[in-house]
Design a protein around this ligand. Structure first.
Ligand SMILES: Cc1cc2nc3c(=O)[nH]c(=O)nc-3n(C[C@H](O)[C@H](O)[C@H](O)COP(=O)(O)OP(=O)(O)OC[C@H]3O[C@@H](n4cnc5c(N)ncnc54)[C@H](O)[C@@H]3O)c2cc1C
Length: 457
């Protein structure tokens, strides 16, 4: 039987898309399989969207190394593709003497992670940088290179680049079972069998299930829900840097951050669940955020809320990423990419390619590659089509605003529908354009957007 592909990657979140893109740079036939009808519709669409320096990672771990490398790779890639990034910096705030005593340890930890730019600052400096911070802060640690980014554009850029490099994207294609042969593996999917020499498991919350199909029982995923509140754009003047808590064993804690779309965000919570589909927000979760927000930045609570959302971290019972190649079965797992995968995705892909080559995959680089895609800008701090007189002169559709809250034009909706990976529905259109994401949440423009979407697709 002939094999369909040299390599199949399961999961088109940031990690799978980055791996597919990396493999697409080699002389290999590659497929990217995604259960949902769009790329980036899992955890990668609902996170805090911070490009981490990795200052607080556990030194010596694979995660620490790949987050640091990922920061560099994604920063460079964002500049090449137009993914919006703002280097807002962060301040980690201590609220009592115990937390204050922890800050020098965190600074030393940052240095052990090769991040040398943290500085200890006193309370006066903290308030000079964040005048609207609630009373009671006793000191802080600056992290000048933490940045905010558009997670949706990252995922879409990587997947688009992969497709431009010749990767075949199968959407709506769930891997249900696996037959491992001598030379190739057949994946039985919801759309029929697909065979490949090598299989990469980047299935996020479903990675342990796929791992089980290959005969392993080495980890199980616990969905760790993070709920967030997004405040209106009128709140944006309250804060222009990321305000971090002192991290605990359970994670990075609740932060206040500007968003790349010009809003302010409060969150995330951290709650272990059993249900891997539980992405709704909860009364208790949102209340706990409001309680924490009242201390962090009381003025924020007077602002209007635009939206709430939740994402599920794929937590596993070990303190590091699990990335492992099984040469005998020509299978590689990428598991436990819990709370740093947006940042580390491109470095994970680079690492995976190295492991595959060491395990015998002939991954000879292709000599001629297409340029990286130029992505539409969704960042509030950068020129958008409705502001661009030249673009409007050349194409009046960029002057016709459809979504007035987010100022999204007909030209952008059309471009998204005609792009390399067009949206399958209105949610995908939101992530590609910001349409219906504003304070009215589509109340005013929803019907027109739906009408245009149906006419354009
Ligand atoms: C609340 C929260 C805040 C976070 N904040 C940050 C942050 O600020 N910075 C940062 O760097 N990271 C952050 N993260 C982490 C980051 O979002 C994740 O690490 C990253 O998105 C994981 O990407 P992924 O591709 O592994 O998973 P996913 O995006 O979930 O992709 C996996 C894909 O596999 C598909 N799939 C699963 N099973 C199958 C199957 N059987 N067949 C076919 N397809 C399948 C799924 O549909 C899904 O699309 C945060 C996460 C959360 C939840």
């Amino acid at each position: 039987m002939s094999t369909d592909y040299d390599v199949v990657v399961i999961g088109a979140g940031i990690v799978g898309a980055a791996i597919a893109r990396e493999l697409g740079g080699c002389r290999l036939s590659v497929a990217l399989l995604e259960a949902r009808d769009d790329v980036g519709d899992g955890t990668s669409k609902a996170n805090t969207a911070i490009l981490h320096t990795g200052f607080d990672a556990k030194p010596g771990t694979l995660e620490s190394r790949l987050v640091r490398r990922g920061y560099a790779l994604l920063s460079e890639y964002a500049a090449a593709t137009g993914i919006p990034v703002e280097r807002t910096g962060a301040i980690l705030v201590a609220w009592d003497d115990e937390q204050l005593d922890t800050l020098p340890t965190l600074k030393a930890q940052a240095e052990a992670n090769s991040y040398q730019h943290c500085e200890l600052v006193d309370a006066a400096t903290v308030y000079a940088r964040i005048p609207k911070l609630g009373p009671g802060a006793v000191g802080g640690l600056t992290v000048p290179d933490e940045s905010i980014i558009c997670t949706w554009t990252v995922n879409l850029a990587l997947a688009t680049d992969a497709v431009n490099r010749g990767v075949t994207l199968h959407r709506g294609c769930t891997v249900e079972s696996v037959d491992i042969g001598d030379d190739s593996t057949t994946l039985h999917t919801s759309t029929g069998p697909i065979s490949a020499r090598w299989v990469i498991n980047a299935a996020g919350l479903g990675a342990d299930v796929i791992d089980g199909h290959f005969g392993f029982a080495r980890f199980s995923v616990t969905p760790r829900r993070g709920e967030l509140i997004v405040y209106d754009k009128l709140a944006r003047p309250l804060v222009d840097t990321i305000v971090l808590p002192v991290p605990t064993a359970r994670g990075k804690g609740v932060l206040v951050s500007p968003t790349i779309y010009g809003n302010v965000m409060l969150g995330p919570t951290s709650e272990d669940l059993a249900d891997r589909t539980a992405t709704s927000t909860s009364r208790d979760g949102l209340q706990s955020l409001l309680d924490k927000g009242a201390r962090l930045m009381p003025w924020l609570l007077d602002e209007e809320i635009t939206a709430t959302y939740a994402g599920l971290r794929a937590a596993i019972d070990r303190g590091d990423y699990l990335i492992d190649a099984d040469q005998a079965q020509r299978y590689l797992v990428v598991g436990g990419i819990r709370s740093t995968g947006l940042t580390a995705g491109m470095a994970i892909a680079e690492h995976v390619l190295g492991l595959l080559a060491a395990a015998g995959l002939d991954a000879e680089p292709r000599t001629e590659l297409p340029d990286p895609p130029r992505m539409p800008n969704l960042g509030e701090a950068f020129l958008r089509p409705y502001q661009d007189a030249q673009a409007i002169d050349a194409d009046p559709a960029y002057g016709r605003i459809v979504c007035f809250c987010e100022r999204v034009t007909e030209g952008e909706l059309r471009d998204a529908c005609r792009s390399v990976i067009p949206p399958a529905g209105l949610d995908g259109l939101r992530r590609r354009t910001r349409v219906m994401n504003g304070r009215c949440q589509g109340f005013f423009c929803g019907a027109e957007v739906q009408h245009l979407f149906e006419a354009l697709r």
